[in-house]
Design a protein around this ligand. Structure first.
Ligand SMILES: [Zn+2]
Length: 486
């Protein structure tokens, strides 16, 4: 039944900005402090206090807007969004409404090899609310933590351009990567510094009239986002096929049960009684400042991936994996310049990062660049592998140790005896012994059963305790077999 229906999604991302202080006061923004220790009269909403806008917030908004191709507005206005909630002591949130700082733009990404673009409606600046904590006190009562009140956010609103769950996830990943490259957001979904609400509706396939949408909240992982949208599509289709109507509302995703449930009926904008914030003048961003921010934009992930393909001959896949995290891309670039070996060496380093380094990083659940492996050490491993000093198993062990403990690859190879034996006479002795011990296999190989070469190589490697250089072993073995057979 779902196949007769087209999914339509628009996403609203709230990204916490990496400023040191809050948006309208000097309180710190660090996560995880004791409740209500990062507060002052301004963010506690004491009567008579006045907000003062943090300039860094505006700069981060402009930087983000430029990176996403938005039109930066030279004049934007803060507005009060009025609503009551225990974690909002002012009774309103300072946000932007009619005149946001960025309009338009879009997020580009690749999905199944095809280029996609999801357009943005707008980006605006706002303050975060506090956090209600339930059942924290000894008597089971609730409390409010206002450390987060006044922490600066960007709200990034997409057009309803998304047509599948995969597209929603790829859009979010691409947006998150860009924000992290820009240094404006840490991309942490679990701590809530990158969170997303989804507006989900369905319409009959072929229709252009959007259905009634529901807003989904509380999806703090890509997996939950996927589950929540999939559940919501089934729910809405079931209602529509049963002759019912979807009610516009806000729904909360319950990760335990894998379903969404009604939280509150959806407010319309007029319910919030928006009006311009009288305590803050309009935000003016002179064109000269916009140009200055533009000049300082870093190389963005897609441009970097394109450069890796163009200049270093990496595959689209390798380039995409390397650029997904800024730290990984920086590790790669630094190792490539330390090795200075051209495209061949770059490819080897890419394979090391996307292979052994990613494997060990994955095991301890950190990013590839989070270990103690330095670019110089990584370049050293690439050099040792290229020279045939260490083979596959040696590379694995060296990378593991360098990732965990740091150090110098040559020293690790020497200390742990990981060097391969490439010495001709040592290999010849092992080959001779194996040929002598396996007369049956040798005879069949010489009679034309080429597959037995693999078996014989394995025997030689075993005799050499895995340290034989496979290239040398292969060459010596083949020569001896052919000599003897002639
Ligand atoms: Zn404060």
């Amino acid at each position: 039944m779902v196949k007769d229906w087209q999914l339509v999604v628009g996403l609203e991302v709230h990204a916490q900005l990496l400023t040191r202080s809050k948006i309208f006061c000097g309180c710190p923004t660090t996560f995880g402090a004791e409740p209500n220790t990062h507060v002052c009269p301004i963010c506690l909403a004491m009567p008579g206090v006045l907000p003062a806008l943090n300039r860094q917030v505006v700069e981060f908004a402009v930087r983000t807007g430029l990176a996403l191709g938005c039109a930066i507005q030279e004049k934007s206005v803060f507005a009060r969004k009025n609503y009551f909630y225990p974690d909002l002591p002012k009774g309103y949130q300072v946000s932007q409404y009619e005149l946001p700082i960025c309009l338009g733009g879009g997020v580009d990404f690749t999905l199944d090899g095809a280029e996609r673009r999801v357009r943005l409606t707008r980006i605006h600046m706002e303050e975060d609310a506090g956090k209600s904590l339930h059942g924290v006190a000894a008597d089971g009562s609730s409390g409010v933590d206002l450390n987060r009140a006044g922490v600066p956010l960007l709200e990034i609103v997409s057009e309803p351009d998304i047509r599948s769950v995969d597209e929603a996830v790829e859009y979010l990943k691409a947006l998150r990567t860009v924000l992290m490259y820009l240094g404006v957001n840490d991309g942490n979904l679990e701590e809530g510094s990158f969170r997303c609400d989804a507006n989900v509706s369905v319409m009959p396939v072929g229709s252009t009239v959007l259905g009634t949408r529901c807003e989904l909240k509380n999806m703090n992982s890509f997996r939950f986002l996927r589950q929540a949208i999939e559940y919501e599509v089934r729910r809405q289709v079931e209602i529509l096929e049963g002759g019912g109507k979807v009610v516009q509302e806000t729904r909360l995703f319950d990760p335990q049960r894998g379903e969404t449930r009604s939280m509150r009926s959806k407010e319309e904008a007029h319910d919030y009684r928006y009006f311009p914030e009288p305590d803050l003048p309009p935000v003016r961003v002179p064109a000269s400042w916009i140009e200055e921010v533009r000049r300082r934009l870093p190389e963005l992930p897609r441009a970097r991936a394109a450069r890796y393909q163009r200049e270093l001959g990496l595959s689209a896949y390798d380039a995409a994996v390397l650029t997904a995290e800024l730290g990984t891309a920086e590790l790669f670039d630094a190792a490539v310049s330390a090795r200075a070996g051209g495209a061949e060496a770059a490819k080897r380093i890419a394979n090391l990062i996307n292979g052994e380094v990613a494997r060990i990083a994955n095991e301890v659940v950190v990013a590839p660049a989070a270990g103690k492996l330095t670019p110089a050490a990584l370049a050293g491993v690439a050099r040792l592998a290229e020279a045939g000093t260490i083979g596959g198993p040696g590379v694995r062990q060296v990378i593991e140790q360098l990732f965990r403990d740091g150090g110098d690859p040559d020293a690790v190879v020497a200390a742990r005896g990981l060097a391969q034996v490439s010495d001709g006479s040592a290999v010849e002795a092992a080959v001779d012994a194996v040929i002598a011990a396996s007369p049956g296999e040798v005879e069949r190989y010489r009679a034309g059963n080429q597959k037995l070469l693999g078996f014989l190589v394995g025997q030689v490697m075993k005799a050499m305790k895995g340290k034989g250089n496979p290239v040398v072993v292969n060459a010596v073995l083949k020569r001896k077999l052919e000599e003897g057979g002639a």
